[in-house]
Design a protein around this ligand. Structure first.
Ligand SMILES: Cc1cc2nc3c(=O)[nH]c(=O)nc-3n(C[C@H](O)[C@H](O)[C@H](O)COP(=O)(O)OP(=O)(O)OC[C@H]3O[C@@H](n4cnc5c(N)ncnc54)[C@H](O)[C@@H]3O)c2cc1C
Length: 493
């Protein structure tokens, strides 16, 4: 079975030893296998020095390293961890270790593809092979095509094709334990502990206080807790005050869970009629959908250069610019728009690095359709702050909200932030959690404080414009401006 004397497994966004496609294949194919992770300077250097993602990755690596040493049954086993430019570090390490092949799981983000191409070229120069595997999604790239042989660009037919195609083999685990004996001891010069945040030039964040468990152990705990409440997912998932969704997006982003395992848990329950599991499986399919959109239409997010509308006609829309727009953007980002649900959501993002899906839609719609600001500015802001930031899902989500992307309903879909608030946070529980200055105000006034009688505001200790902002925009007037702004699309089409 094993024909390669020595190989190197390169972990990237798959930080687990269980059910890992490339690792299982590498273990099967090699007589001796080394493992590496690179803190890539090309990614880390531009980041602010406090970044929850770097801390999450670093703490996840400690668990991965520990698990690999257990599997190798020697303390000298485990993970080689480097800090450098991955495109140079991997070929250099592969040569130093004398391996014949490097194994990795695919990453279809445009920048990752460009980096992997440089690695592959570097390796080929030394006669070293490269093998990559699908691990990050159930279906990818051109696995699912329309009858005309084109990638799907609309979710519902994609979902139907996904459900029609999926087989047990697509969800089957890729176990490591049986072949773990081939895991090699690290060469003495690489037998270091995983670098600390300080070693990497970063400072600790509030991640531990938030109670977000890292690594495969954190992912497994989140999955078990979620499976116990999955039956209510379809009914509760839109209410941000409830702990109804899985919180697994960070694990899917960094591979501390296997998406096959999630689908293995949800699929049979959904098939047996479980409405919660079926609805959650749909979300995993949305994830696959946006990953294949990015893989098949990389023009939406070129590695260097401006992201583009999926529907090119929308690039003609003219957005607000200048100091007033900059101030409106800052008010949105800092949670002082005067719309409580928007402000609470933006505060959640700042404090925790997470935002509930319903609120991502509401805040994105508010930025684009109430403030008239380019969706790409919001996309960048989310990219900087989300712990679960994922290029494909974030770009897809923003384009959905801006009506420039796939499955976009006609341009007139504009969320009303007050109606959304009344519907999805009726008692204001979520708003109060993140906006203490409004805590004394009862619903319904809480959803639109400027409509509250002065006595009610005074009783709640609120002075509009002082303790809480007045709305920075009138929704109905903004709606009319947006309809005009988007009218240009019909002219271009
Ligand atoms: C403007 C905007 C930006 C977004 N940016 C991101 C992002 O950067 N990273 C990210 O993972 N998700 C993003 N999403 C999708 C979604 O909001 C999050 O995946 C979800 O809130 C994560 O919480 P959860 O793990 O509890 O989700 P659950 O409801 O438990 O869903 C399970 C999993 O399905 C996937 N999923 C759910 N909804 C979507 C969706 N609409 N599109 C793609 N995948 C989905 C996620 O991987 C999620 O973990 C964005 C959505 C919008 C509207």
């Amino acid at each position: 079975m094993s024909s390669i004397p020595s190989g190197l497994m390169w972990f990237r966004r798959d930080l687990r030893a269980h059910d890992n496609a490339a690792l299982a294949q590498a273990l099967r194919s090699c007589e001796r296998l080394h493992c590496v992770f690179v803190f890539d300077r090309a990614i880390l250097d531009p980041l602010p020095r406090q970044d929850r993602r770097v801390e999450f990755i670093r703490d996840s690596l400690v668990q991965l390293d520990e698990r690999l040493r257990e599997l190798a049954a020697t303390p000298d086993g485990g993970l080689v961890v480097l800090h450098g430019d991955a495109a140079e570090a991997i070929p250099r390490l592969a040569q130093e270790l004398g391996v014949q092949c490097v194994f990795a799981n695919r990453d279809d983000e445009p920048a990752a593809l460009a980096r992997d191409e440089r690695v592959r070229t570097g390796l080929a120069g030394s006669g070293i092979g490269w093998r990559d595997f699908k691990d990050h999604s159930i279906f990818a790239r051109q696995d699912l095509l329309t009858r005309a042989g084109a990638p799907y660009t609309v979710f519902t037919p994609y979902r139907n094709a996904w459900l029609a195609k999926v087989q047990a083999a697509d969800l089957a685990p890729h176990p490591a334990a049986a072949r773990a004996g081939v895991l090699a001891a690290r060469p003495p010069r690489h037998r270091h502990a995983v670098p600390t945040l300080q070693d990497l030039g970063f400072r600790p964040t509030n991640l531990p206080e938030l109670g977000v468990g890292c690594g495969w152990r954190g992912g497994a705990a989140r999955l078990d807790a979620f499976v116990a409440r999955i039956d209510r997912y379809h009914a509760d998932r839109d209410f941000p005050a409830l702990e109804a969704t899985s919180g697994l997006s960070v694990d899917l982003r960094f591979g501390t869970v296997s998406v096959r395992e999630l689908a293995r848990r949800a699929y049979p329950v959904a098939q047996a009629g479980g409405a919660g599991a079926a609805s959650w499986l749909d979300e995993l399919i949305w994830r696959d959908f946006y990953l294949q959109i990015l893989a098949n239409f990389p023009r939406v997010a070129p590695p260097s250069g401006e992201h583009r509308s999926f529907k090119p006609a929308y690039d003609a829309v003219e957005w607000e610019q200048g100091p007033q727009a900059d101030e409106a953007f800052a008010a949105w980002a800092e949670g002082r728009t005067g719309y409580p649900l928007v402000d609470a959501a933006m505060t959640q993002l700042r404090r925790t690095g997470f935002m509930h899906n319903r609120l991502r839609m509401v805040t994105a719609s508010f930025l684009v359709k109430d403030l008239g600001i380019d969706w790409r500015r919001g996309e960048r802001h989310f990219a900087e702050h989300l712990l679960d930031y994922d290029l494909a899902a974030n770009n897809g989500g923003w384009q959905w909200a801006a009506s420039t992307g796939c499955d976009a309903q006609p341009w007139f879909r504009i969320f009303n932030p007050v109606t959304q608030s009344r519907r999805f946070d009726a008692q204001g529980e979520f708003i109060r959690r993140y906006l203490p200055p409004l805590a004394g105000l009862a619903a319904p006034a809480l959803h639109a404080p400027w409509t509250a009688p002065p006595l009610e505001l005074a009783a709640a200790g609120i002075t509009l414009g002082e303790t809480y902002p007045r709305p920075i925009v009138d929704h109905e007037a903004a709606r009319a401006r947006t309809l005009q702004r988007y009218a240009v699309v019909r002219a271009v089409r």
